[in-house]
Design a protein around this ligand. Structure first.
Ligand code: APR
Ligand code: ZN
Length: 236
């Protein structure tokens, strides 16, 4: 996808709409049949005939110009997410700063998982300088509480979650840079949209075990980031 213009990227995922319906574009709130309400840089030159597009998989329709503006506001990784239903087109990536993810099995059981050992994941991210993909490029960011230790049961489902978390790490989706809702600190490394259990033998913070729904919740959260087992199988 590298080298493609934002308009080319967006068009890959669109089908043509000859007669726009009498509905508003939910990005700019203007009629689909009329011009885009978005007047930003880098969205000129789109002809009347292709002013509206339909996202190929979910069918939601928007002004092409609005989708291009939305794409330009993100991290421009070649992927697009429908703002209505969150369907992901292409491979979604995040802005997690550089660091390390390691894991190993420890010979103890988690509350609620008496029949198996435990996987411990160790995330380590050092502080650094924000890049263009972060809220304040050029400004330093802090990294609190690292290394962060997280726990999964070493069961079949727990190992599946681990495999998908490794994919999420590679796609920079486990952490982000922003304002911590726990401490209020800005320009710091924070958990992204995938919940982790950081307590081992107790549940004082609500981020511990037992929690019977945890693995299924994490699988749902990973799916919302475009990460599923099916999608990660090798293809030929
Ligand atoms: N363990 C796991 N997840 C947590 C924790 C925690 N102790 N605290 C918050 N979260 C979850 C929240 O439920 C939310 O979904 O992380 C998400 C983002 O919360 P923030 O407070 O913005 O994230 P962050 O500042 O990274 O984390 C707060 O988590 O691992 C610890 O050391 C870390 O004390 C820090 C705390
Ligand atoms: Zn949609």
């Amino acid at each position: 996808r590298k080298g493609k213009t934002p308009e080319e990227v967006v068009k890959r995922y669109l089908q043509k709409v000859r007669n726009p319906p009498e509905e508003d574009c939910t990005i700019c709130m203007e009629a689909l049949a009329g011009p885009s309400g978005y007047k930003g840089p880098g969205v000129g030159g789109i002809s009347r005939a292709e002013s509206v597009g339909r996202l190929a998989q979910c069918g939601h329709q928007y002004h092409l110009q609005c989708l291009v503006a939305m794409y330009n506001n993100g991290n421009k990784d070649g992927s697009l997410q429908c703002p209505t239903c969150k369907t992901i087109y292409g491979v979604k990536t995040g802005n997690q700063p550089p660091g390390k993810m390691e894991y190993h099995v420890i010979p103890h059981s988690l509350p609620g998982h008496p029949d198996c050992k435990t996987i411990r994941i160790i995330y380590n991210i050092p502080p650094g300088i924000q890049g263009p993909e972060h809220p304040n490029p050029g400004k330093p960011f802090t990294a609190r509480g690292f290394p962060r230790h997280c726990y999964l049961p070493d069961s079949e489902k727990g190992r599946k979650v681990l495999r998908l978390l490794l994919v999420a790490w590679d796609r920079r989706l486990i952490f982000s840079v922003g304002t911590s809702s726990t401490t209020g600190e800005s320009d710091t490394v924070i958990w992204n949209e995938v919940h982790h259990k950081t307590e081992f033998g107790s549940n004082l913070t609500g981020h511990g075990y037992p929690d019977p729904g945890h693995l299924d919740n994490v699988l749902e959260e990973l799916k919302a980031q475009g990460i599923t087992e099916e999608e990660c199988l090798p293809r030929d």
